[in-house]
Design a protein. Structure first.
Length: 73
């Protein structure tokens, strides 16, 4: 089966820190293999939205943690 435009292969070695977090969340949700085989475009809107929501949650938690460290120090 030939790869279509929507199935770009995913290379986990060429990741920015943001993409690394995105891929780690995808793996936590059991979507790592799907991303590896078909790229990010192979995910459904629901799956992508779930990943985006968890990225936002992690960013907020990290920001809160940094603010608490700065106010305590």
């Amino acid at each position: 089966m030939a790869k279509t435009k929507n199935q770009v292969p995913f290379n986990p070695e060429d990741l920015t820190p943001e993409e690394k977090m995105k891929f780690e969340i995808a793996e936590e949700l059991g979507l790592g293999d799907k991303v590896m085989l078909g790229g990010w475009r192979s995910l459904t809107a629901k799956e992508s939205g779930r990943i985006g929501g968890l990225i936002t949650k992690k960013r907020r938690e990290e920001k809160k943690r940094r603010e608490e460290e700065n106010s305590a120090g």
